[in-house]
Design a protein around this ligand. Sequence first.
Ligand SMILES: [Zn+2]
Length: 146
Amino acid sequence: METQTLAAVAQGSKYTIDPSFIEASGRSSALLAKDRRCPQCLSDLKKSKDSSDSSFANHRKLIAKCCSKKDGYLKPDMPLMEAIFRILLSGPIKGMAHTGVFKVLSDKWANQKVPKNLSDELVYQIAASSGGYGVQTINSESETKA
Ligand SMILES: [Zn+2]
């Protein structure tokens, strides 16, 4: 038996996106990121001839600066995995704590008529099962809370 509850493990965890895991699952990390750019960016991209614009890292940088701040970036009717991926994509490259991701999700879903049954366990399990999105879970049991 585990000594810690899943909720406690979840709360001590951190999530990152590792593009090499996306590639390993046979998908293009650059395309996966590009699909999350806003319509304005996508139409600019079409005009651009510079192919260095379309790396995963570059998409990610611009998503943080631009697309994630637009209205449609996070929508309550998105699957939870998609929402988690988008939150991480617009967050720091080194990853985000579970509690930070959870807060964004609960803020976003708080005003919905049909709230999702968000729980630490659910978010943790979905994030942990997301091979194709390259989301990695880092358990930081050793890190003590301040
Ligand atoms: Zn944009």
